[in-house]
Design a protein. Structure first.
Ligand code: WTA
Length: 655
């Protein structure tokens, strides 16, 4: 790793904004001084400028009971009103909110007025189904306009959404429904992916069945969008079709104000222990920082720009930058249902050309897979509308950054590398495209109003040209407000490590270069980053061990050219199974098993069947050594192993 870092830090290419870009930019360098002179006043101004408050706040930040923050605590607003009605009332109802394109090629153009109408009807339907302030609603949908409408309608009622990624299994869905105590599920018959309709409703049915455990799910109603027209089972009294209920509902619905700290959503993310954590976000602070960063980091000119964030709504990026922030800012977006390869590689570039996308925000894993396919594919399309590129999800290698800028950005477009997390709610570290001289591979500087640092294990600032742990030293408006139902775990996970300083620990390693710019180095805990998605080793290990053939399992992240990291599993089988099965057959079966237990994204790239796992005397699995094996390196120091011969046996078995 350290060699790699040195290499990174010797990266000396620099790209200043063009004078033209800087001149037209939404913000200039003075914004940093403004924010630094008084962070709290600064955020108060942003909240007033960017949002409509039904009841103005007088108190910006209440940090009297850390780490439980209140932002704009005595203010009241309606998140959906901010994203919809106020634009229509200001005469911008005809502006396109979304250019939607389904994977099979069906399209819909949805204006702000139309989206507002749909959301009002849906809000009436949900009210009818018994959803009110504080109730939880699970959303399990493909990337279709109904997904966006669902989030907004739930928010409009002051209820709380919990989106479950459509690629997750029935098991994952049920665990999330149970944890949140969801009352309603919104789903679809299926969605299109890689040219095929993939089923969703059937997973909901399975998730809600008693599954032999005799425990009833909390869900009372299931609202179903018809998308693929595949056959579905129907539970009378519980299930209802969207196309029956929503168009028939009244389009009159007045948005009520809710307190700034009213919960807005829960989103589950992997932690170091097995159980996913329900990250809780609230309303006013979240929307303020979302809108602020979207406007400044992406230099949004709402009247002329066409913004496309490729993230699925199942991840936080889809919440903040494909839904809330762009809508709050009145932007026009592209929404695409499917994969970049269908019907052939280049589909994304076709969409950029077709809709004249000006700002394009995606993940390094996607950029790397395009690099592999070759520049000929994007070069066949007219991408000249693009004026800004963004990256998120994992460190972007300088080569991928350069390729992105050269091939997609015609060698001239600024690239902003944005660091943030489900927990931070919105972008925390990024260049500002009209201000910062960018460096390929570095996220660089905190956004105005955000305070971050790189510290050593005692929490002391490491200075320039040094590495350490990334922390936030001050509360920020979009910060998570907790872990659903588990305040102790919230304090333990994020605030215990530097409790004497009151710092938030992000779980990432970072380095400052000689200029003080920040370079992200990846997770320091047992969380992997596969294609920009966080997966916990413990969660996948639990799934492996749940298979009847498995005696013990250890999972590590091995580096992977395309996905950043890949899941690599080491499994000890029960003796009885090896007698009747081949190791290869079982390895394949276990890969598929993880796919059905958690979802395809968690399926291991490699499953190695081994006789033993490396353990310390206290019985802890030494993942560091397995990582060496997974990456084909010489195995590191084995002195603390209980049995030092284990590693040579494992290495032989793996080869
Ligand atoms: C990683 C996604 C380097 C990081 C918004 C973080 C990044 C985790 C970057 C959060 C970036 C995200 N450079 N690493 N620009 N962006 N990460 O919760 O390890 O899905 O902790 O949020 O992704 O992933 P999450």
């Amino acid at each position: 790793m350290s060699q790699q870092i040195d290499h990174l830090l010797n990266e000396d290419r620099r790209f200043a904004p063009s004078p033209e870009f800087a001149k037209n930019a939404i913000v200039g360098p003075e914004i940093y001084d403004d924010a630094n002179s008084d962070r709290v006043r600064f955020w108060g101004e942003q909240a007033r400028d960017l949002l409509h408050w039904h009841k103005p706040f007088s108190d910006v930040l209440d940090w009297s009971n850390p780490p439980f923050a209140k932002w704009f605590g005595d203010g009241e607003l309606n998140v959906a009103y901010n994203c919809l009605d106020r634009h229509v009332e200001a005469g911008r109802g005809d502006r396109v909110a979304y250019h939607f394109e389904g994977e099979p090629g069906d399209t819909r153009t949805i204006t702000y007025a139309q989206l507002t109408d749909e959301v009002k009807r849906l809000a009436n339907v949900l009210t009818e189904l018994g959803v009110g302030q504080g109730d939880r609603v699970a959303v399990y949908l493909p990337m279709i306009p109904e997904a966006i409408a669902s989030l907004l309608a739930i928010a409009r009622l002051g209820a709380v959404h919990s989106v479950v990624f459509g690629g997750f299994s029935a098991d994952s869905l049920r665990a999330r429904i149970d944890d949140a105590g969801a009352k309603v599920v919104i789903t679809a018959d299926g969605g299109y992916r890689k040219g095929r309709p993939s089923a969703l409703k059937v997973n909901v049915d399975e998730a809600l069945s008693d599954r032999g455990e005799g425990v009833q799910a909390t869900v009372e109603k299931v609202l179903v969008v018809r998308r693929t027209e595949q056959d579905v089972e129907w539970t009378d009294g519980r299930d209802l079709w969207w196309h029956d209920a929503v168009p028939a509902a009244s389009a009159d619905h007045e948005a009520q104000p809710f307190p700034s700290e009213n919960p807005l959503f829960i989103l589950y993310t992997s932690g170091t222990t097995g159980r996913p954590k329900g990250i809780l976000h609230t309303s006013g602070g979240y929307l303020t920082q979302a809108a602020f960063t979207h406007k400044t980091v992406f230099d949004l000119h709402a009247e002329t720009d066409v913004f496309w964030c490729t993230a699925d709504i199942g991840w936080v990026t889809g919440h903040t930058y494909a839904t809330y922030a762009p809508l709050a800012n009145g932007a026009t977006q592209v929404l695409y249902e499917g994969t970049p390869e269908f019907p052939e590689p280049g589909r994304w570039w076709d969409l950029i050309e077709k809709y004249g996308v000006t700002i394009f925000y995606t993940a390094p894993t996607a950029v790397r897979s395009f690099m592999k396919q070759g520049r000929e594919i994007p070069q066949k399309r007219d991408l000249s509308s693009i004026r800004l590129l963004g990256s998120v999800g994992e460190p972007i290698n300088p080569e991928a950054w350069m390729w992105f800028r050269d091939v997609i950005g015609a060698g001239a477009t600024p690239v902003v590398d944005t660091w943030w997390q489900t927990e931070t709610g919105a972008i925390m570290i990024s260049a500002l495209p009209g201000v910062t001289e960018t460096k390929p591979g570095s996220a660089q500087v905190p956004v105005p109003g955000v305070a971050i640092d790189v510290v050593d294990e005692k929490g002391d600032h490491v200075g320039n040209d040094a590495g350490g742990l990334l922390v936030a030293t001050e509360p920020w408006p979009a910060m998570l407000r907790g872990i659903w139902g588990d305040p102790d775990r919230f304090v333990d996970t994020y605030w215990r490590m530097f409790s004497d300083k009151g710092y938030y620990f992000a779980g990432d390693g970072a380095r400052r270069d000689a200029d003080g710019d920040v370079w992200l180095l990846g997770r320091v805990d047992d969380v992997m980053n596969v294609s920009g998605h966080r997966l916990s080793t413990a969660e996948i290990e639990s799934a492996l061990v749940a298979h009847e053939a498995t005696a013990e399992a250890a999972v590590v992240g091995g580096s992977d050219e395309t996905t950043g990291q890949a899941v690599v599993a080491f499994v000890i089988l029960k003796e009885s199974f090896l007698k009747t099965n081949t190791a290869e057959g079982l390895a394949e079966e276990l890969r598929a098993w993880v796919g059905t237990q958690i979802g395809a994204i968690a399926r291991p790239r490699d499953v190695y069947i081994v006789d033993e796992l490396p353990k310390t005397r206290s019985g802890k699995i030494m993942r560091r050594l397995l990582r060496d094996v997974a990456e084909g390196r010489e195995v590191g120091d084995t002195q603390t192993l209980a049995d030092t011969s284990v590693m040579s046996v494992i290495t032989k078995q793996v080869r």
